[in-house]
Ligand binder design. Structure first.
Ligand code: TYD
Length: 203
C-alpha cells in the first residue's frame, strides 16, 4: 500500500468519526509524520463557504440541490488533495461514500448520477482505506443531545439515519479489504488500539 495513503473516516452523526480522525492525527503528529486533514463539506476556504450554505438551519434546498452543493464543495477540495497526493498522508472526514449513503440511500437520489459526478471529480485519486464508524440509535441521539448547536443535517429521524448507516455498511461490505468497521458503541480505548494498529499497517 502507498506510504502516503488517503484515509477516509465515514459514518453517521455521533459515530465518532471525527474523534477517531483526531486520534490518528495526534498519533501522526507525535511520530512527526506529515499529513493534512480535510473535512467535507468544507476543508478548503471555498468549500467552507459552501458548507455554511448547506448546513445552515435556514436553508431548505431540495435533495438535488444538496447533492450539487456537496459536490461543489468537493470540487473545491480536489486541488488541495491533488497538491498533497502521494506527498503527505491525507485524512478526510467524510468523502464520496457520504454522498452515496446520505443522498442515495437516505434521500433516494439516483445512484448512477452520484457515481458519475463523484468519479468525474475524483478521477484518478484513489482512496486507500476507509474507517466506517457505526453507532446504535441510543448513542446516536444521546450524542446529538450533547451538541451545543444542531445543524440542518443533525435533525433527521432515526429511520433516516438507519437507512444511511445501512448504506454505509453495504458499501463497506462490497470493498471489505479497504474498509474497517469500527463499532463506536464500544469503549474509546479499545477502538483507539484497533484503529492505530491498522494505521501502523497502512502507512
Ligand atoms: P458534519 O458536521 O461534517 O458531520 P457530523 O455531524 O457527523 O460531525 O455534517 C455534515 C453533514 O453533511 C452530515 O450530516 C452528512 C452530510 N453530507 C452529505 O449528506 N453528503 C455528503 O456528500 C457529505 C460530504 C456530507
Amino acid at each position: 500500500m502507498s506510504k502516503k495513503p488517503i484515509i477516509v473516516f465515514e459514518g453517521i452523526e455521533g459515530s465518532g468519526k471525527s474523534l477517531h480522525l483526531s486520534l490518528v492525527a495526534n498519533y501522526l503528529k507525535q511520530k512527526k509524520i506529515k499529513f493534512i486533514k480535510i473535512r467535507e463539506p468544507g476543508g478548503s476556504l471555498n468549500s467552507e463557504k459552501i458548507r455554511k450554505l448547506i448546513l445552515n438551519n435556514k436553508s431548505n434546498f431540495n435533495e438535488i440541490t444538496d447533492l450539487l452543493l456537496f459536490l461543489a464543495s468537493r470540487s473545491e477540495n480536489i486541488n488541495l488533495i491533488k497538491k498533497n497526493y502521494n506527498k503527505k498522508i491525507i485524512l478526510i472526514d467524510r468523502f464520496t461514500d457520504s454522498t452515496i449513503a446520505y443522498q442515495h440511500y437516505g434521500m433516494g437520489v439516483n445512484l448512477n448520477l452520484i457515481n458519475l459526478l463523484n468519479n468525474y471529480l475524483i478521477n484518478d485519486i484513489k482512496i486507500n482505506f476507509t474507517f466506517l464508524n457505526t453507532v446504535n440509535n441510543k448513542n446516536l441521539f444521546l450524542r446529538l443531545k450533547k451538541r451545543k448547536s444542531l445543524n440542518r443535517y443533525d435533525k433527521f429521524n432515526s429511520a433516516f439515519y438507519n437507512k444511511v448507516q445501512k448504506g454505509f455498511i453495504k458499501l463497506a461490505n462490497s470493498k471489505k479489504k479497504s474498509y474497517m468497521i469500527v463499532d463506536s458503541n464500544l469503549e474509546i480505548e479499545k477502538n483507539k488500539k484497533l484503529i492505530l494498529n491498522k494505521i501502523k499497517k497502512i502507512i
